[in-house]
Design a protein around this ligand. Structure first.
Ligand SMILES: [Zn+2]
Length: 420
């Protein structure tokens, strides 16, 4: 009989298993193999089904271990996280960060877009996706000017308009919406260009949507649609059930704007084809922004448990100081609207990572990049405002206490990572 089988069959089985466990644990127990230990926090890691008090060990910019009772002696630095939530670095898939100096260029090297590092880490965000600032013509400038020099991980949906989101008349030019060139640029930049964006077109044609979907098909990438402003109004049902493919993203979920049919009807009922679209795999993204989050939509929709698949800010110059503020504030708003915390964290980490095809992000698996957010859930009297200036009172508010990007502390609100 084989010796191993013999051992496992014997009464000393428990001792043998304990010995084997010790062998596995020894490397973490001796010496300071960990750079950082985040100790005693409540870990929520939806991809791995974790929702419990656990320690997180980090070494070499990667997650080394997530388990109870990792010895503090094994780490060079200990971040005490008792009473805090420890989650994967947040992934915000709708922002505008192609900032620049051309006063007439709006979100495409212009003043409406913002430098990412000033707005991300302080609310727990480690990855953002610029949505359509650049098109295939000016993506190289965006890459050099912003992506390559930011500490935040910046990915992008490429605008179907070749010159990007630089305002009118450029964004109305059907002649500059080329599916083939857009797809080529996306394929040249795998993992960074993660999709196609179509927005702001006000004509009566479906062409921009159709060309974006065609570019998405050629590049094997999802499309994000900012629908609205069409004169005359185009059918939302047709967009969701015919034009978009499973995996494509419908942003500004709770908008109520002229030129776009809202998802909740005048009787407060979710339109049946909206639910049907979710079932067929259309992704409903929040995209709060400066004009796209209305309690008149969010309240009835969330009462019918229609929460966003992905939580995103639509960060730009006009949203940052208004009702939107930042990712943590947007998440807090949803929490107060009744979105369960675990679902909220999933919609801000693993789900958006999946939507943009970056399966390496949005979780705390061993060997994953150590992008981590340590959040405090504060209890008190808070207020949350929508884009119409309507206030909702709330009792809970999330705040980013510490943010790590690739194992480095990049935000530390109260100095808890700094030690005494
Ligand atoms: Zn936007």
């Amino acid at each position: 009989m084989d010796v191993t089988i013999d051992l496992f069959a014997c009464p000393g089985k428990t001792a043998v298993l304990a010995f084997l466990f010790l062998l596995v644990s020894v490397p973490l127990a001796f010496a300071q193999d960990l750079d950082i230990l985040i100790q005693g926090g409540h870990v929520i890691d939806p991809k791995n089904g974790l929702n419990a008090v656990l320690d997180v060990g980090i070494a070499g910019g990667k997650i080394a271990a997530v388990r109870p009772n990792i010895s503090p002696a094994s780490a060079k630095q200990v971040i005490p996280a008792q009473g805090l939530y420890v989650v994967p670095g947040l992934v915000d898939i709708h922002v505008h960060v192609f900032h620049g100096t051309d006063p007439d260029a709006a979100y495409s090297n212009g003043p409406n877009a913002l430098p990412p590092d000033g707005f991300t880490f302080r609310s727990g965000v480690t990855t953002v996706v610029d949505t359509g600032g650049a098109g295939w013509r000016n993506f190289p400038q965006f890459k050099k000017q912003v992506i390559d020099v930011s500490r935040t991980r910046v990915l992008a949906f490429l605008n179907i308009v070749g010159s990007g989101m630089r305002g009118d008349p450029f964004e109305q030019d059907l002649g500059d919406m080329n599916a083939r060139m857009t797809a080529m640029r996306v394929k040249e930049n795998p993992g960074v260009l993660v999709g196609i964006k179509v927005a702001h077109y006000s004509g009566p044609e479906w062409d921009p949507v159709e060309r974006a979907v065609e570019a998405g098909r050629l590049a094997g990438a999802p499309v994000m649609v900012d629908f609205g402003g069409h004169q005359p109004e185009l059918s939302l049902e047709e967009l969701l059930l015919k034009h978009l493919r499973p995996g494509d993203v419908f942003t500004h979920l709770y908008a109520a704007v002229t030129g776009r049919i809202p998802i909740v009807d005048e009787h407060g009922q979710l339109r049946p084809y909206v639910t049907q679209a979710r079932t067929r795999g259309i992704v409903f993204d929040l995209g709060h922004g400066g004009g796209s989050f209305f309690y008149s939509q969010a309240v009835p929709a969330t009462r019918q448990a229609f929460f966003p698949d992905t939580v995103s800010t639509d960060l730009h110059r006009s949203s940052m100081n208004a009702g939107m503020k930042d990712m943590a504030n947007v998440m807090s708003k949803l929490l107060n609207l009744g979105m369960p915390l675990e679902k909220l964290i999933a919609a801000s980490t693993w789900k958006p990572a999946q939507v943009v095809g970056r399966l390496d992000l949005g979780h705390l698996s061993a060997d994953a990049v150590a992008d981590v957010a340590v959040l405090r859930l504060r209890e008190g009297d808070f207020g949350f405002v929508d884009v119409k200036g309507k206030r909702m009172a709330g009792k809970q508010k999330l705040e980013a206490e510490v943010t790590l990007r690739e194992g480095v502390v990049v935000w530390d609100l109260n100095g808890i990572a700094a030690g005494e």
